[in-house]
Design a protein around this ligand. Sequence first.
Ligand SMILES: NC(=O)c1ccc[n+]([C@@H]2O[C@H](COP(=O)([O-])OP(=O)(O)OC[C@H]3O[C@@H](n4cnc5c(N)ncnc54)[C@H](OP(=O)(O)O)[C@@H]3O)[C@@H](O)[C@H]2O)c1
Length: 327
Amino acid sequence: MSETMRVVEISQSGGPEVLKPAEREIPAPGHGQVLIKIAYSGVNRPDALQRAGMYAPPPEASDLPGLEAAGEIAAVGPGVDDLEVGDEVCALLPGGGYAEYAVTPAAHCLSVPKGMDLKLAACLPETYFTVWSNVFQRGRLQAGETFLCHGGSSGIGTTAIQLARHFGARVFTTAGSPEKCTKCKELGAERTINYREEDFVEVLKAEGGANLILDMVGGGYIKRNLQALAVEGRLVMIAFLSGPKAEINFAPVMAKRQTITGSTLRPQSDLAKARIAESLKAHVWPLLEAGTVGPIMDLEFPLEKAAEAHARMEGSDHIGKIVLKVA
Ligand SMILES: NC(=O)c1ccc[n+]([C@@H]2O[C@H](COP(=O)([O-])OP(=O)(O)OC[C@H]3O[C@@H](n4cnc5c(N)ncnc54)[C@H](OP(=O)(O)O)[C@@H]3O)[C@@H](O)[C@H]2O)c1
């Protein structure tokens, strides 16, 4: 194995053009970690936020972008006894996915679902960890409940629609074009709302309100989300594409016993992420293996063209996940 690897690094904070190919030393796995030889890496909005200087990596993580990958175990660190060199995995990474090799805790690796190729498997970890922990664990979505998912055509949205539908919720979703709305319907949304033409508050109020809203937009949506929530409804914030600030009248929140919460995945402890992985293995991986739910992929770009991948994502023409081909 050569000692250096091809990577794409963030040369300075800025637009997609600051993503530059470079050479780095191959990292060594520490205690409880594995080294993955990456075949494909998933591209996520948080990578673009990091590139823009708005989402710093946790202290011990690689400064390279990339939160998920699929490939083959190339080395195992001390204390790893359930994975071996040569095993194929997809894994949540603390960073460092835009590279030929990356290290991550063994407990954050999941098997490649039977019958799925590595390209599709690379689309799974970041969105499935995020959706499972925010919609089903934090948001406590139950069968029969009404769920509103904003950004339904995003990597997160396409995952949330399928899982929520499978677990028996009524799924409503916003998206920014007729084509995106059609895809959301195909994935299981009962009602799609093109937010450029319709008001999601009116649609949800006519249905008795949403029991759970997953929001990545923020800004003016925060107040409107609370108006669209039912009694005992929960609002889970996972990003603020339109900004984090809002002026809220909390009296209805109290009167309707609503909950406002949210989370980010990356800064959570290794143990917290390992627990999400265990829950995914038990409840979601069988669905992926059965083909009941699955990743929705947009385009593939070579690793060296990560800047083009980011431009595509920020142009918002994509539906589902964008992937980098590394090997
Ligand atoms: N908290 C966490 O742990 C965590 C983890 C992963 C991702 N995230 C966040 O989740 C979001 C989705 O991530 P992703 O990787 O799946 O990104 P993505 O595919 O780029 O999705 C962003 C989506 O937001 C939609 N959008 C933008 N403005 C909107 C508006 N006003 N109303 C409704 N939808 C709007 C865009 O589509 P339209 O064309 O429909 O506008 C697009 O589908 C990102 O904001 C990301 O930062 C959070």
